[in-house]
Design a protein around this ligand. Sequence first.
Ligand code: SF4
Length: 200
Amino acid sequence: MLEGKLLLDTCCGPCALVAQRSLGSENRSLHFLFYNPNVHPYREYRLRLEAFERLMTATRGEYTVLAYEPEEWIRAVAFREESRCEICYRLRLRRAADFALEEGIEAMSTTLFASPYQDHGLLELLGTSIARSRGLEFVIWDGRAYYRETISEARERGIYTQPYCGCLLSERERYDRTSRRSGETSRGQDEERAPGKGRE
Ligand code: SF4
């Protein structure tokens, strides 16, 4: 049984709910950190933040919201757009690791492990490396089995579920198939859903 507090880099409310269900049986308390400079435009960011805070209130989740800094994401990926997801993961995981250190939390992970659309292998590599460099434990988990039912439940409760991963480039890929990178579906793209109904 794992013990102590676990900090979770948090992409959105529904994935936080998946994390609560997947990690709830562990003997750890969860602290959710909402830091999403990768979500554009601002109105989309507000929708996701409000959905996250509603779910945290409803489930009595412990959480922190950091300032919205889209400039950080833009500067990080500029001229490296083809590698943007790795850069984006690094940006968020590093910020989470720094926050964990500041708060005296010894273990961290990410709610991105809830999503079938994210690169779990890359998250494991980056998360482990970033956490280890700061003397932290990185917890690897897999919430994909809970994903679909949790998203459906969130919708039934009237909670916003996003149609694309986050950045403007992913929004374009979601709606413009010709803009997708070769060999990939868009991150956040759900081919079964009509535009506006899918999510990360
Ligand atoms: S597609 Fe998603 S993970 Fe990739 S850079 Fe955009 S917001 Fe980040």
